[in-house]
Design a binder for this molecule. Sequence first.
Ligand code: DNO
Length: 400
Amino acid sequence: MREAWRWFGPDDPVSISDIRQTGASDVVSALHNIPAGEVWSLEAIREHQALIENCDADQTPLKWSVVESIPVHEDVKLGAEGCERYVDNWVASMENLAVCGIKTICYNFMPVIDWTRTDLAYQLPSGGFALRFDQEKFAAFDLCILQREGAEADYSVAEVDRARELFARMTEDERTLLTNNIIAGLPGKMTDAYGLDTFRAMLSKYRGVDADALRQNLFNFLGRVLPVAEQLGVKLAIHPDDPPRDMLGLPRIICTASDLELLFQSQPSPANGITLCVGTYGSRPDNDLPSMAQQFAARIHFSHLRGVTRDPSEQRSFFEADHLDSDIDMVAVIGALLSEEGRRRSDDSDASEIFIRPDHGHQLLDDIGKPVNPGYSCIGRLKGLAEIRGVIRALEHRPA
Ligand code: DNO
């Protein structure tokens, strides 16, 4: 297992020297300043790589091993005319990354919105802060702030009533905060930050694009990308849709084990793989994570380790819990990843280790009050990584 840590670039309040102190060996990063659809040049990649990898002889070296993510242009997801040039550019970026030795690439195929939360500072009983997705608040945004045409059809009468009541109780500041949390862009988001009008315009482009059409567009994209990836020895790792279900009338197609089965039936290339984002898949009660980790073991090129606790009375709402204490059996998931690595070691054709990173940590201690990327403060992730490392060590030393 290769312990990695996400770095957003020179503006990230958690610096490369901070990362060195966490004990992680690998860095997950991207060229966030290059707009979706443009080529990542060799020079730009090398410059970023040098920021991560250059160090003094007496320092522990770090390696930029995983890209998260090369954004996929919306026109590719829409299957719009002329989108081939954006796919060609994506392939060119992948080729340039491979030249620099960076060969694991995470990406997603979520239309318009990337990961979505309603609360970025949800206070826990401990006093720390977590990220949360609240279904009722989300409905209030959809129905009362965005006022999406036809939105009522996606909710029960009782849900519409509750959302409207909640909206009526919210202050202007709370409404603005909720809007910004949803549409203005969370860290690492692969889509643009929008204003409400542009957001509505983007949503409207997807009228007529249902799950089957979107899936076909993903398969077309992969049909062009995977043969090159195979030649280069690059592994692709699709990230699931977070939260894993249709939202705002948009289809989402990487949510469940059946979605992954369709993906691999259509695109069996060994370069086609997944980011097992434990917290994302685990925010649906019908996703059994240890069993998915076993079922798709050979396809797991990268894993985000974090857990969620769903609300007992509303399973679509959740907060991001402690890494080892959530609705998900994290020890069993890590056990499945270790077994897969064992299988790879005994199978000469692919001995690759799985990159893992502690995903989203709580905002704790000195990080409270500091400028942080929501979910990506240092101390909470460090705690998560330390706990995960403990589980890995303990499982590795189990008597055979
Ligand atoms: C959030 C992240 C996502 C992820 C992209 C991958 O914390 O997991 O933004 O990076 O969806 O393409």
